[in-house]
Design a protein around this ligand. Structure first.
Ligand code: URP
Ligand code: ZN
Length: 546
């Protein structure tokens, strides 16, 4: 192995030996050598000569995985009359402590504010503080010809490829169907990715009014005003609206069984690459029974939208949707408020600032509820915590894989070790943790952010401003190749576990009420042959997974 001419120090050269590399598509024994922020070697020890003075880490018995990518955070964000308490320093420090090495945060412009000014504001907040790399999505909080023009500039000049629309938050961010169609059409014309917060804002507004009039003022009113079908209806509608204008759609925070089923059906109805679904660590790790807690701070601490569901079987169902590729990613939707901030909603649940933590604990919660409980294999864990987000937002293979030439965003993961989550030990700025007291297997023993060891056996040594803004280029091949008929090999299908579980899911769906054809205007109704194949999938008959 040749040394470069530049002087080297143990700081920028790290050798990880005796580990088991786990990527989204395969797992293998290999050593990994890092120099100047980049992975330079992955392979057997016999094939590399390590220069002197290199920091060596023995990863025997541990997994070497790509750093987590959290595609959904709200750091330092003014929202619901409060500003989220995790700023870009505390939020990214917490991320790194938990094994996440890149986040994608949401710029949320005020109504009538220029999208570009809002983008610049976010960059000025984030750049000096971030401890890991970050990208940005833009929340389209309003719509006009100027916004349409500005999103062209954001895409072409400012490194943005994804825009979130809102079907909820009536009176503030909510767009109507006609606006959604215009937005999706514009996004498609740019080869960007549309995102949607799918809940029916009109229904929610009506329910909130009714519940308050009936004297329901506590946090339980939050879930009662936006029950499962309010989410499922919006997911169904959003998929159709996007498909009508041929636009790929990423549905953020899928929180219920029926919304997840809508995603699975839409993926089956159209190409799988039209619709992507994200669920959250919160939805996998806890549930909506917390809204019934008599302690306001506890119940309000779980208030988020869409809400956690009181049905206790929902978290496992969502995990199965991840396992079978009906859902592709896990985010945190980290949007933390202190107990005091949440108390803005004492006496009126509609005034409780919406949002929860998850940035630090997402990786461990997904490992515990997914891999440790036997629902995900380690490769799928990597896919849903890192690689799929990298592919959808077009930063793969720079991020999301342990491979030569990729950024050295690496976690040495101890699958046997445990830790107990608590607000007293977390690295967030907030005073509440929705996973309080949960013991999780899967601990990040070392976290390398572009080759720099930023967390080591529980101590976190991050550096403000070390993180960099990562531009997300237009036309992600993972999304657009398939839509445009240039099919790339189906990597998920190479994971036979995923293929088998997908076949089982399709059987399960076929055994349910047949998919409605009356809404699928542009799609071919399921033929008798396809229906028969779904009942007798190539991967074999269902084994009771569902
Ligand atoms: O409750 C949530 N999810 N807060 C963050 C804002 C949003 O809707 O994503
Ligand atoms: Zn969010």
């Amino acid at each position: 192995m040749s040394n470069s001419a530049a002087p080297q120090s143990p700081q920028n050269r790290v050798y990880i030996k005796n580990g088991q590399v786990v990527n989204h598509d395969r797992s293998f024994k290999a050593d990994v050598y890092i120099e100047d922020e980049i992975i330079k070697f992955v392979g057997p020890a016999a094939d590399i000569t390590i220069p002197d003075g290199v920091r060596t880490i023995d990863a025997s018995g541990k997994l070497i995985i790509p750093g987590g990518i959290d595609p959904h955070t709200h750091l330092q964000t003014p929202f619901d009359n409060a500003v989220t308490v995790d700023d870009f320093y505390h939020g990214t420090k917490a991320a790194v402590a938990g094994g996440t090495t890149m986040i994608i945060d949401f710029v949320l412009p005020n109504k009538n504010e220029s999208m570009i000014e809002a983008y610049n504001k976010w960059r000025s907040w984030a750049d000096p503080k971030v401890c890991c790399d970050y990208g940005l999505h833009i929340g389209l909080s309003w719509w006009s010809d100027t916004v349409s023009e500005e999103i062209g500039i954001l895409c072409k000049d400012l490194g943005i490829n994804s825009f979130k629309t809102y079907m909820a938050y009536k009176g503030t961010y909510q767009l109507n169907d006609s606006e959604l169609l215009d937005v999706f059409e514009r996004i498609r014309s740019l080869n960007a990715v549309a995102m949607v917060h799918a809940e029916n804002g009109d229904i929610i507004a009506k329910n909130e009014k009714r519940l308050l009039a009936q004297g329901v003022t506590g946090p339980e009113g939050h879930e009662l005003s936006r029950q499962e079908e309010v989410e499922a209806e919006a997911v169904h509608r959003a998929c159709i609206l996007a498909h009508q204008v041929d636009c790929p759609l990423y549905v953020v925070h899928v929180m219920s069984k029926s919304a997840g089923i809508e995603i699975a059906r839409a993926r089956q109805r159209y190409s799988e690459k039209y619709i992507f679904g994200e669920t959250l660590a919160s939805g996998l790790g806890t549930d909506g029974t917390n809204y019934r807690c008599q302690h306001f701070d506890h119940a309000a601490g779980h208030v988020m939208s869409p809400p956690l569901r009181p049905d206790k079987t929902t978290p496992e169902f969502l995990m199965k949707l991840l396992a079978s590729d009906a859902l592709q990613t896990t985010g945190s939707d980290n949007c933390t408020f202190t107990k005091k901030q949440k108390q803005l909603g004492l006496g009126d649940f509609t005034k409780i600032p919406n949002g929860i933590n998850g940035l630090e604990d997402r990786m461990s919660v997904v490992w515990e509820k997914g891999v440790h409980s036997g629902l995900l294999d380690p490769c799928r864990f990597v896919a849903v915590t890192s690689t799929n987000a990298a592919k959808i937002f077009n930063i793969y293979p720079k991020k999301g894989i342990i491979a030569v030439g990729s950024d050295a965003d690496i976690v040495i993961w101890n699958p046997q070790a445990t830790r107990t989550i608590s607000k007293d030990t977390h690295h967030h700025a907030g005073d509440f943790n929705i996973f309080e007291g949960m013991t999780v297997h899967g601990v990040p023993e070392y976290v390398l952010v572009r080759g720099r060891i930023c967390a080591e056996n529980g101590s976190v040594h991050v550096s403000r401003g070390y993180g960099r803004f990562v531009a997300t280029p237009l036309r992600p091949p993972f999304v657009y190749d398939s839509i445009e008929g240039k099919q790339e090999p189906e990597v998920e299908e190479q994971n036979t576990n995923v293929a088998k579980k997908k076949a089982e899911l399709y059987s399960y769906l076929a055994a349910q009420e047949p998919p409605s054809t009356k809404f699928a205007l542009n799609s071919t109704p399921m033929s008798p042959e396809a229906a028969d194949e779904a009942k007798n999938p190539p991967g074999g008959k269902p084994s009771g997974f569902w």
